[in-house]
Design a protein around this ligand. Sequence first.
Ligand code: T46
Length: 132
Amino acid sequence: MDITFIDFLQHCSEYGELSIIEEERTVPFSIKRVYYISKVPENTRRGFHAHKTLQQVLVCVQGSCKIMLDDGKEKMDISMTQSGKGLLIDSCIWREMYDFTEDAVLLVLASAYYDESDYIRDYDTFLRRLKE
Ligand code: T46
């Protein structure tokens, strides 16, 4: 599976780090929605879905977590440990997020507004859709 990481422009100094994300420049789409996931209890797994059309960039801005990506052929586990790097997840990729540290904050930049009908929450339906 081809995984795309996006390196954000960063200004790091003795005063801290400043990371810059610009729509259609850093991120290859127009950002319609931003949300973040935090305070995830230990041993919690989230996600368990794919999207029909949505593209997203995930950034663990604090702490760390892992993302399992599945394109129907291959599964890949990715450690999200760097706040200066984004993981691009295209449509039709099954994702699960896990191993959140207590302080983890997972920021998500999305290409569309929230639409429950864009979710594929059943794994067999996801596999069938890939064959269409
Ligand atoms: C994704 C991963 C990385 C809304 O009402 N609006 C929103 O914009 C979002 C993202 C969610 N919701 C509602 C839908 C559910 O009732 O919030 C509740 C929790 O959402 P969900 O169970 O889908 O959360 P995750 O962590 O499993 O998945 C989320 C995103 O939904 C999803 O698009 O790719 O993060």
